[in-house]
Design a protein around this ligand. Structure first.
Ligand code: AMP
Length: 303
């Protein structure tokens, strides 16, 4: 099954304690669609400026991502600049330049309109709804966001959340969005905004799923070397949604598997800057790390 994503395609400048990268390929939709492309067909909606090199589009196409929904407009591509301290869990945003995203009015190619699984990656919540309005009748809508929009466009974000089935955010964002420091209470508040399923990503501490009254906890893969966490959340979402779109099974047991595939993609992504590591993975590498996750948390029942 196909998966539709709208989000940012960007140039990122990132500094970590282990090095820095200037104006490398990034953006929520770029990471998401690359990760998801290991599981399903992906159709991408975004905007880039005149300065965006064709080689990046060629790369996305090489991952069999449909790029017909990427518009090229006059002006500069979206830019994000961030840095991480030694704990590597949360980026400090130094600069956000919306550029061509400021005047972007997404227009979906006709063939995207009947796609059944939609992911609204981190982008202006107005644009997220613009895209949803153009999709005929999606089976599942999932969404991501960040503090930039929680602080800057909360009312619009709450409108978007009314239309969303699955929300994926990190722990800091969950606390900020709900105004509640305790994550279990925060999850209940956020679910009352619309999404029936909430996934809270906790960086190196893994991820939590809240669905109905149930909670599932997945660890993060214990890596020896984390190089650059940029895009980990988007890769998590890409593996998660890609697996769900591939199987079209949204039952809790399958959502648990999707969370592990999300964690697998995120763990590979943080091993290098930009998309360097996830550009060319082998599906067998994904399966083998999936099995390692199983081993990590397996324990015998009480007799
Ligand atoms: P993540 O590390 O998964 O949370 O996402 C990092 C990506 O989000 C980077 O590649 C940025 O280009 C992108 N990004 C940062 N700020 C924004 C924003 N305000 N809107 C959309 N995308 C953003």
């Amino acid at each position: 099954m196909s998966l539709l994503v709208v989000g940012s395609v960007a140039f990122d400048s990132v500094k970590t304690p282990f090095g820095e990268a200037e104006e490398v390929l990034g953006g929520s939709a770029t990471y998401f669609s690359t990760a998801a492309s290991y599981f399903t067909d992906v159709s991408l909606v975004a905007v880039v400026g005149e300065d965006f090199p064709e080689k990046h589009i060629t790369f996305l196409k090489s991952r069999k991502i449909d790029t017909e929904g990427i518009e090229r407009q006059k002006g500069k591509t979206f830019r994000w600049k961030g840095e991480y301290g030694f704990e590597l869990n949360e980026a400090r945003t130094l600069d956000t330049q919306l550029n061509v995203f400021q005047s972007f009015k997404p227009k979906l190619p006709e063939k995207y309109r009947n796609i059944k699984v939609v992911f609204l990656a981190n982008i202006d919540p107005d644009l997220q709804r613009d895209v949803l309005r153009q999709v005929d009748s999606p089976d599942v809508v999932a969404c991501d966001t960040m503090n930039f929009w929680i602080e800057g466009k909360k009312d619009s974000l709450l409108e978007t959340l009314k239309l969303v089935d699955i929300l994926l955010i990190n722990d800091g964002e969950a606390r900020e969005l709900s105004g509640e420091p305790n994550l279990v209470k925060a999850a209940e508040i956020i679910k009352s905004y619309g999404p029936k399923t909430l996934i809270i990503k906790r960086g190196e501490y893994g991820a939590l799923m809240f669905k109905d009254r149930k909670i599932f906890a997945a660890p993060a893969y214990p890596l020896e070397a984390v190089f650059d966490p940029t895009g980990a959340g988007d890769c998590f979402a890409g593996g998660f949604m890609g697996y769900l779109a591939n199987t079209m099974n949204f039952e809790e047991s399958n959502i648990r598997k999707a969370i592990i595939f999300g964690s697998v993609m995120a763990s590979y992504n943080v091993e290098s800057f930009s998309l360097d590591r996830i550009k060319s993975l082998d599906y067998r590498e994904l399966e083998s790390r999936y099995r390692e996750f199983k081993g990590l948390t397996h324990f015998e029942d009480l007799s």
